[in-house]
Design a protein around this ligand. Structure first.
Ligand SMILES: C[C@](O)(CO)[C@H](O)COP(=O)(O)OP(=O)(O)OC[C@H]1O[C@@H](n2ccc(N)nc2=O)[C@H](O)[C@@H]1O
Ligand SMILES: Nc1ncnc2c1ncn2[C@@H]1O[C@H](COP(=O)(O)OP(=O)(O)OP(=O)(O)O)[C@@H](O)[C@H]1O
Length: 308
């Protein structure tokens, strides 16, 4: 009998995304407050003749099947470090919107690492897994750890954050994605056009908001709503002006806060409770301003093998 290992990995929303100036290496320093939410991709690793990627789910057609897939890159990185032949089929059951600003590719990378580590018995330490994650992308370490965390550096240096309870969200999934590097470039362009400059010498160092961290700690949705910020939001709106209609539709429907998730174009709406989130989602679906709606709560646990 062929043994398979499945890992489940959550999406994220950034409740604070403070973006510093452009660094010489092309990245931006961040104060990035991540919250994992209960929308999941599943990655199943099965022994095979060679490395193969297959994908199912609504957005499957827009996911690469070659070695540019972040899940494939994760498996190759682990195999190389441990001298294992990467003979594995990785099946991704995708529920996280692709190129949506919810770290879907990063989730698949973290899931592939956890699943392959269990399948191959490589028993990588947490520190080694985090190191591989950081090599793969700025959001990947958070996909591994989940929960809530502050990301410094380019987002890869994580400090776990305490959360006092659950936050309820509705998400509006847009037609088509946005390229993360293009959104960061647009942020730089807007800053330069403003005359403020866009480099690390021009932009103040990004800092986490004390009020926001306190709102997370006390599970105060209204206080969190008052504190959420996303420095990439104006760039995402500049590239996709129609997102303003989506944000307005959610606010009109009673959301406590409406913001672009990370680099977008998914929009995130914080609600008082699960019932209110469902009502916001229903109104968004009827508004005609998005392709699909989802509800999810956070914090959710990070990448983990599904028992059995
Ligand atoms: C927007 C966020 O999703 C917020 O969590 C992340 O910052 C993006 O993280 P990610 O998708 O894992 O991004 P990476 O794969 O590391 O980087 C892709 C590109 O995004 C830009 N990038 C990313 C992270 C960062 N701190 N500064 C950047 O300028 C760079 O142009 C980089 O080449
Ligand atoms: N496993 C994967 N799933 C989805 N996209 C992938 C994957 N591997 C590589 N990609 C490529 O990465 C691009 C960005 O996809 P992804 O879904 O990770 O974006 P995102 O959610 O906006 O990322 P983030 O929120 O981390 O900035 C896609 O357009 C696709 O070409």
């Amino acid at each position: 009998m062929t043994r398979s290992v499945t890992a489940r990995v959550p999406a994220k929303v950034n409740v604070q995304l403070a973006v510093g100036g452009l660094r010489p290496d092309g990245f931006h320093d961040l104060a990035n407050v991540f919250l994992a939410v209960g929308l999941y991709d599943e990655v199943t690793a099965t022994p095979a003749d060679d490395l193969r990627i297959t994908v199912s789910g609504a957005d499957a057609d827009s996911v690469p099947l070659d070695r540019t897939n972040l899940a494939a890159r994760a498996a190759l990185a682990l195999a190389e470090r441990h001298g294992v032949e990467p003979r594995v089929q990785l099946h991704i059951d995708k529920d996280i919107p692709v190129a949506g600003g919810m770290a879907g590719g990063s989730a698949d990378a973290a899931g592939a690492l956890v699943a392959c580590d269990a399948l191959w018995g490589t028993a990588a330490s947490r520190a080694e897994l985090l190191e591989i994650c950081a090599e793969l992308g700025s959001d990947v370490p958070f996909s591994l750890v989940g929960g809530a965390a502050l990301g410094r550096g380019r987002g890869e240096l994580l400090t776990p954050l305490e959360t006092g309870g659950t936050f309820h969200w509705a998400f509006a999934v847009a037609e088509g994605g946005l390229s993360t590097p293009a959104v960061y470039r647009e942020c730089d362009r807007l800053r330069a056009a403003d005359g403020q400059g866009a480099t690390v010498d021009d932009v103040p160092d990004p800092e986490p908001s004390a009020a926001l961290l306190e709102a997370l700690r006390t599970a105060d949705a209204a206080a969190l709503a008052a504190a959420v910020t996303n420095d990439l939001q104006s760039a995402a709106l500049s590239l996709r002006p129609a997102l303003a209609d989506t944000l307005r539709a959610g606010t009109d429907a009673g959301a406590l806060a409406a913001l672009v998730s990370g680099s977008g174009p998914t929009c995130a709406f914080l609600a008082e409770d699960a019932e209110a989130a469902a009502a916001v989602a229903k109104a968004l679906a009827a508004s005609g301003t998005c392709r699909a709606v989802r509800v999810a709560a956070g914090p959710a646990a990070g990448a983990a093998v599904v028992p059995g």
